[in-house]
Structure formats: structure tokens, C-alpha cells
Design a protein around this ligand. Structure first.
Ligand code: HOZ
Length: 428
């Protein structure tokens, strides 16, 4: 029996679903997940010695590929000084200054240990600052497993058919107004029905947890306009897009200034880090300056800060974003060519190094259109890609990530595999 299968059998006995985060379980795929033994650059190696070109990239953090030397060296240099102290350290100041310099809407920033903690804290801060209780979120957007945000959520919740998690009291869920993404009329209506009562809109500006799709022209600008007019806050959840779509994330690309931004993934260089930050007067409501409580024993951990800062500095030092765009464009052009050759009018979405192939002919603009995708065709495609040594996310509702460690040859090998996998999917 393959070692991964043996490990999965053991895991199933002692870990719910055999995994520490649901999407990894390969549910509905009729096979066990592979267990990774090591990773370097664009490649994963599993316990059975098989190698994969990886487009999951640790679900976003691995923008330089796996185990980049700059991050490994920074961690090795930091370790002898101690693993954490629970006191202020110099590197937290370096990190905060770097984030504020890269993302101009962030004048002050607080570190957390995950994106979930960041969004949870951002929502509490928005409510504390405004004194209001309602939050607007968009169907299919996923902001981590925060009680008030696990309503019509994407990612694993959507993949496994539970977009509204059990365990969340109706009274909590009622404070979350769920709207369709890209629906301007729905947002206007919510602000007219709940005028003066909405604490914040929280949005993945480029949603990446029901597949990956983009805002219609003017949609993000409208969110800014309506929140400002009503005295509500605009929270950009850039946990996935931050430092990826541009150095300043989606907000940098669109020239929009949210009130609060949440970050994660890339900022940790592969270690567990999240952050939330924003306008000074809002951030000054956070304890100990203000009454909104937020804390964490491991927050700002020096090893995690060293890893994240090393990754950000490497991105700043190199032409990473130009390279990611070139690789992404190569993949996109190749995919369109293959889809044309096979007469398969599917939908491919991309921005920079984030992408998603939807097994639908519809233009994907929101959760409803994303879920028109044909699951059986997607599954046949996924399994064939995996068989050919290409790892894309094990769910049709996740995003693909390219890293600077991918080569043109990796992209071309991926396209050759995709042509075969799509032919298999077409026959389903
Ligand atoms: N929330 C992640 C996907 N958007 C899943 C992370 C994981 O399984 O590690």
C-alpha cells in the first residue's frame, strides 16, 4: 500500500477527517490525499517519492516557491537568539514599518497568528469604532473560520457543502448581511434598509475562495463610496491578495483606500502570521490605547517575523511582480489555446499569479455563476493532472498560485498535461 494511504488511515483514526484543515482531505475525490515529505522551489515531493509541480503554494504564502534560501537563512539566523519571548522586539518594528511603507492605507498594524485572527479582530474593531452591529459580507467570500463570517462562506465550507457552519447561533448570523458579489443594486439597497447601522463591509476584493474571479469595473469603488457616505468602514480582506496582486495588493492596483486591511499568508514567509491594520484613528481603538480588546501570546513571534520580513524584502529587491505576470500570462495564453483546440468553451480567470479554470461556459462573476461549474468534469481534470505530476487545489472552489520559482518549462509542462487532462474531462 502506498505510504500516503497508510498515513491517511492512521490519520483518520486520530484527526477529524484525517487533516488539520478540511480542503486537504480530498473529499469527493475518491482517493486519499498525498502526504508531503518535502518541498523546494516549485515542487512538492510526497512520502512515496512522487514529485509534483505545485500550484497550491501552501495556499498562497509560497510566492517565492517553497523553502526559498532567503527565508531559510533568516530563520536559521534568528533561531539561536531564542524562539520567542512575549516581549516587544526590534523585528516587530521592522515588520510594521515595512507593511506601512508597502500599503499606504495602513498607518498602524497589529500582528496576529493567522488570517482568521486578523479578520475576527478587524470585524470587532469595526464594530467597536462605529458602535454599530451589522456586517456586510459577500456570498462565496471566505474570511477564515470566524463565527460571524462563516455565513454563505467559500473554501472548504463550500467544498464540503456546509457554507453556513453548524455551531453558530442564529443571533450571530443575523448580524451578517450576505449579498451577491458584484451586485451594485444589492449593496445600495442594504445601505438604504440599514442606514446608519452597518459597521463595515468586509470583502475579498478579488474573491479567491469560490474559485477566483474579479470585480466588475467600478464595483470596489462603489463599496468605498457607499461606506464612506454612511459612516461604515470598508475592510479589504487581502489575506490572499496582499503582496501578491501588487506590492500593495488589490488596493494598490485599483488605487482604493480601505479603512482596515487584513493580511496573512505571504507576510509569514510560510510561518503562521496574520495582521490587520488601517487608519491611525481606527487602529488607536485597539487595546491598550483603546477599548477594543485583541491579544496573542505568539503574535509578532521573532522567528515568524524573520521569515516574513525576509520574504517581503526579497520581493522588494527583485522584479518578482513582472516575472509573476509573465508566467501567469504564459499559462493563460496556453490554456486559451488548448480550450480552443479542444472546442471546450470553459472560463479561465487570472490576475497576475492567481488563476482558476471553471468548468462552465458562463462568465464567473459571483458565487451563483461559480457554482454552475461541472463537478464531474473538474474531478476528472484534477485526477488526471495529479496523475501527471501537477498539483492544483483539490477543490473547484480554490485559487491557483504561481511562484517566482516556477520556470517557463514548468508552465509548458503544465499546459501539456492540461491538454491531456482536458481531453479526459471532455469525455466525462
Ligand atoms: N483556507 C484555505 C483555502 N482557501 C485552506 C487552507 C488549508 O487547507 O490549508
Amino acid at each position: 500500500m502506498p505510504i500516503s494511504e497508510e498515513l491517511f488511515e492512521r490519520a483518520l483514526r486520530v484527526i477529524p477527517g484525517g487533516v488539520n484543515s478540511p480542503v486537504r482531505a480530498f473529499r469527493r475525490l475518491e482517493r486519499a490525499p498525498f502526504f508531503v515529505a518535502s518541498a523546494a522551489g516549485a515542487y512538492l515531493r510526497d512520502e512515496d517519492g512522487r514529485q509534483y509541480i505545485d500550484y497550491v503554494g501552501t495556499w498562497g504564502p509560497a510566492i517565492l516557491g517553497h523553502a526559498p534560501q532567503c527565508v531559510i537563512s533568516a530563520v536559521q539566523a534568528a533561531v539561536p537568539a531564542g524562539l520567542g519571548y512575549g516581549t516587544p522586539t526590534r523585528i516587530e518594528v521592522d515588520m510594521a514599518e515595512t507593511v506601512c511603507r508597502w500599503v499606504p492605507s495602513i498607518e498602524k498594524v497589529r500582528m496576529t497568528n493567522s488570517g482568521t485572527e486578523a479578520t475576527m479582530s478587524a470585524v470587532r474593531l469595526a464594530r467597536g469604532y462605529t458602535g454599530r452591529k451589522y456586517i456586510i459580507k459577500f456570498a462565496g467570500c471566505y474570511h477564515g473560520h470566524v463565527d460571524s463570517l462563516l455565513v454563505a462562506a467559500g473554501s472548504g465550507a463550500l467544498t464540503h457543502g456546509e457554507p453556513d457552519s453548524a455551531g453558530i447561533p442564529q443571533e450571530f448570523a443575523e448580524l451578517t448581511l450576505v449579498l451577491p458579489y458584484n451586485d451594485e443594486a444589492a449593496v445600495r439597497q442594504a445601505f438604504s434598509l440599514f442606514a446608519g447601522q452597518i459597521a463595515a463591509i468586509i470583502v475579498e476584493p478579488y474573491p479567491g475562495n469560490a474559485g477566483f474571479y474579479l470585480p466588475k469595473p467600478g464595483f470596489l469603488e462603489l463599496l468605498r463610496e457607499l461606506t464612506a457616505a454612511d459612516g461604515a468602514l470598508l475592510i479589504f480582506d487581502e489575506v490572499m491578495t496582499g503582496f501578491r496582486i501588487s506590492p500593495a495588493g488589490v488596493q494598490g492596483k485599483h488605487g482604493i483606500t480601505p479603512d482596515i486591511t487584513t493580511l496573512g499568508k505571504i507576510i509569514g514567509g510560510g510561518l503562521p502570521v496574520g495582521a490587520f491594520g488601517g487608519r491611525r484613528e481606527i487602529m488607536d481603538c485597539v487595546s491598550p490605547l483603546g477599548a477594543v480588546y485583541q491579544a496573542g501570546t505568539l503574535s509578532g513571534n521573532p522567528i515568524a517575523m524573520a521569515a516574513g520580513l525576509a520574504q517581503l524584502r526579497e520581493l522588494e529587491r527583485t522584479d518578482a511582480y513582472t516575472r509573476l505576470e509573465a508566467l501567469g500570462a504564459r499559462l493563460e495564453e496556453g490554456m486559451h489555446r488548448i480550450l480552443g483546440d479542444l472546442a471546450l468553451p470553459l472560463t479561465f480567470k487570472r490576475s497576475g499569479s492567481m488563476f482558476c479554470l471553471f468548468f462552465t461556459q458562463q462568465d464567473v462573476v459571483d458565487l451563483n455563476t461559480a457554482t454552475t461549474a461541472n463537478f464531474d468534469m473538474w474531478r476528472a481534470y484534477f485526477l488526471s493532472m495529479l496523475e501527471q505530476g501537477i498539483y492544483i487545489a483539490p477543490s473547484p472552489y480554490e485559487t491557483g498560485f504561481i511562484s517566482t520559482a516556477h520556470t517557463e518549462a514548468d508552465i509548458d509542462a503544465t499546459l501539456a498535461a492540461a491538454a491531456r487532462a482536458l481531453a479526459v474531462a471532455k469525455a466525462v
